[in-house]
Design a protein around this ligand. Structure first.
Ligand SMILES: [Zn+2]
Length: 144
């Protein structure tokens, strides 16, 4: 088994990039996150009782409809026959950010990362980051 010092010496002599946290953070982007996992995370929070029509509340069932639901594609509600998306009526509806980007944005803010740095990671303006922060805070402050 190679020793730590041995590995470090080989990497240094090969001129490989370091694994220092600053160097790794500089590479951070949505490509390290799974889109499906992030989408499922948001959908579970929006629809804790499972996929339902945001218009009539009817359960979304059927393999094809559920697949479209999970991909955030438009589908026809089998109950009210309206065109809907899982994002209809949620914060994601007008989001010009995919669920991966939004998950990264919110989690980095949660870790106390500066909004300007968060903006750089996901390729949006700092104003977008601050706007999302205000939106989610307002959401928890809405009286029930
Ligand atoms: Zn419906």
């Amino acid at each position: 088994m190679a020793s730590f010092q041995g590995v470090a010496k080989v990497e240094e002599s090969a001129g490989l990039p370091t694994w220092l946290p600053d160097d790794v953070a500089a590479e951070l982007s949505d490509r390290f996150f799974d889109a499906e996992t992030c989408t499922d995370w948001f959908l579970t929070r929006c629809y804790p009782d499972g996929p339902t029509c945001p218009r009539c509340g009817g359960a979304i069932t059927g393999e094809r409809a559920l697949a479209r639901w999970r991909r955030l594609q438009r589908l026809t509600c089998p109950h009210c026959l309206r065109k809907i998306k899982a994002t209809t009526g949620t914060l994601l509806q007008e989001a010009h950010l995919d669920p991966r980007g939004l998950f990264i944005l919110l989690s980095l803010l949660g870790l106390g990362v500066d909004p300007y740095d968060v903006a750089g990671v996901i390729g949006v303006t700092p104003a977008t980051v601050l706007n999302w922060k205000a939106k989610v805070i307002a959401l928890v402050e809405v009286p029930a």
